[in-house]
Design a protein around this ligand. Structure first.
Ligand code: G3P
Ligand code: CA
Length: 249
């Protein structure tokens, strides 16, 4: 019987708490997540902050573009109250803060939502934090960024995010996926929920020693199928609920 995949809180425990905040990450760990996934961008003054969108309006109500804002401007925003009054005042965290709160043995999936200009500040934050490299995974949709990460930070694993909408709505073929992974030197595939993964592709990936991660899975049936396929991790907005659903079906 396959073992339960690692359960990774997508943007933390983002169904219950404001995504990509320290409160959401703490709640994910309280809910026994094995790790968290979080999105990172670069500010105008060279700091790495945790935010999914290019701008702040959806999660703070104030309209700033992260790439044009300073860290000080972003840290004044309230990234919590859109999710409920009890979260009022939750700030946008930095990567350094997220690394600093990672409990021993837990994993951090660092999704990079910019270009290669983030690599130098990323290397500096990682060197200061000293979280073991095997606890970190880099994720990126941009395969050129994955290739650059493998070249410049070879001690860390980097996985390519494959969206099923690749090239105008067509699923890439398994051969295209495997070719792209080989071309980038990626350590694995992170695939959108069930879009392209089947037993044959899983076998091919395993034969090449590649990791398999899947997002975003908030259904017990979908997660059970992925567990049967033998994926390494499932990213979910509901880590506590999903663990119970998988372990006590
Ligand atoms: O990292 C996997 C997944 O989070 C990518 O999609 O839009 O939720 O960042 P998105
Ligand atoms: Ca993400």
């Amino acid at each position: 019987m396959p073992s339960t995949p690692l359960i990774i809180g997508h943007r933390g425990a983002s169904r219950d708490a404001p995504e990509n905040t320290l409160a959401s990450f703490r709640l994910a760990f309280t809910q026994q997540a094995d790790g968290i996934e979080a999105d990172f961008r670069l500010t105008r003054d060279g700091h790495i902050v945790c935010l999914h969108d290019p701008g702040t309006s959806r999660t703070t109500g104030m309209d700033l573009a992260v790439a044009d804002a300073t860290l000080a401007q972003l840290q004044r925003l309230d990234a919590g109250s859109w999710k409920g009054e009890q979260w009022r005042g939750e700030p946008i965290p930095t990567l350094a803060q997220v690394l600093g709160m990672l409990p021993a043995g837990k994993r951090l999936f660092v999704e990079l939502k910019c270009g290669t200009e983030i690599i130098a500040p990323l290397a500096a934050d990682l060197a200061r934090a000293a979280v073991p490299a095997d606890r970190i995974r880099f994720l990126a949709f941009d395969h050129l960024l994955v290739a650059a990460l493998k070249e410049r930070l070879p001690d860390y694993r980097a996985c390519w995010l494959c969206d099923y909408r690749w090239r105008g709505g067509w699923h890439p073929s398994p051969a295209q996926v495997l070719a792209r992974l080989a071309e980038t030197g990626a350590d694995g595939l992170a695939s959108r929920d069930r879009a392209i993964l089947d037993a044959a592709l899983v076998r091919e990936l395993r034969q090449r020693g590649l990791e398999i991660h899947v997002w975003t899975v908030d259904s017990a049936r979908g997660a059970a199928r992925l567990a049967d396929l033998g994926v390494d991790s499932i990213m979910t907005n509901r880590p506590g609920w999903l663990r119970r659903a998988l372990e006590f079906p």
